[in-house]
Design a protein around this ligand. Structure first.
Ligand code: NCD
Length: 308
């Protein structure tokens, strides 16, 4: 049975099917018949991902188990595996996990018999963020194939960059990267272009925060906006229809001029809204695959929603 660890594990058809379900959930109330417990196990700070999972779970009618690592038995030396196993033992039906390790799921994998959804793995993967980004781009353009998308910022330390670059490429987008010296990632095989070039040719400009928490030495950010970020002058050179994305949290005035955060090209708050529906769709998909929710009801909901 599959845990939801990476967008890479999904076929292109599965990606689009989840996006379609998410779109449908925007207009269609979906509530599960049976009592299900979802545990949100976050070892790293989170506002959007955690809260939108909670909203998504509540919209689906789930019981939400909240976990705070700093007041948990992790402080007494308990491992991630033992924490996850505890939630499984007390009756949790689903685990949502964010952890600073790039490969925390290897510790769980076949040893946990309830589904696990990756809500962020170190600098490696952030598949639910990627899905909501895909949803936002798809909503805008009706297709992803052939779009020019640039990911700008601290590529080397960003799980959002990695998840998105690979998924967008699989869906036929032309992916470009743009980074200050030292922020490039040689493992990602996509062309690097300057921010000035990027704004002129790209349909989607996806900005990233400097991931200070993953830096060994504090990065200097003086002049960062002028040299590598999205200034108002650069925004004026973007194509007419081009949009701005950012997974947030935003460091206003560092990677983006504060006035652009809510400008008409910005889809940043739309991304957050989409995050709720995409996470509902991902949870339903995983619970269905694991046979935890009633297959027929699920299909019925889906059919109802899609035909609306
Ligand atoms: C991102 C994350 O945690 O990777 N935020 C998010 O989930 N919306 C991006 C970041 O922290 O910069």
């Amino acid at each position: 049975m599959r845990h939801f660890i990476s967008v890479n594990q999904l076929t292109v058809e599965e990606i689009y099917s989840i996006l379609e379900t998410a779109e449908a959930y925007r207009n269609q109330k979906v509530t599960l018949n049976n009592q299900l417990f979802a545990a949100n196990i976050f070892f790293e700070p989170s506002t959007r991902t955690k809260m939108s999972f909670i909203v998504a779970q509540k919209k689906l009618g789930m019981e939400v188990l909240d976990f705070h690592s700093e007041s948990s038995s992790v402080r007494k030396g308990e491992s991630l595996y033992d924490t996850a196993k505890t939630f499984e033992s007390i009756g949790s039906n689903l685990l949502i996990i964010r952890h600073q390790s790039d490969s925390w799921f290897e510790e769980l994998d076949s040893r946990i018999s309830i589904p696990v959804i990756n809500a962020g793995a170190g600098k490696e993967e952030h598949p639910t963020q990627c899905m909501l980004d895909l949803m936002t781009i798809h909503q805008e353009y009706g297709s992803i194939n052939g779009l020019k998308v640039v990911i700008v910022g601290d590529i080397k330390h960003s799980r959002v960059a990695r998840s998105n670059a690979l998924a967008l490429h699989r869906l036929g987008a032309e992916v470009y990267l743009s980074a200050a010296p030292g922020f490039e990632d040689e493992e990602l095989d996509f062309p690097y272009i300057s921010i000035d070039q990027a704004v002129e040719i790209c349909d989607v400009v996806m900005l990233l925060r400097i991931q200070h928490e993953r830096h060994l030495h504090k990065a200097e950010s003086t002049d960062y906006l002028e040299l590598y970020g999205l200034t108002k002058e650069r925004e004026r050179k973007m194509k007419n229809h081009a949009i701005i994305l950012h997974p947030a949290p935003i460091n206003r005035g560092v990677e983006i001029d504060t006035d652009l955060v809510e400008c008409c090209r910005s889809r940043i708050f739309k991304q957050m809204e989409n995050g709720v529906y995409v996470r509902m769709a991902i949870m339903m998909n995983v619970l269905n695959e694991w046979g935890i929710i009633d297959e027929n009801n699920f299909k019925e909901y889906k059919a109802l929603a899609v035909n609306r």
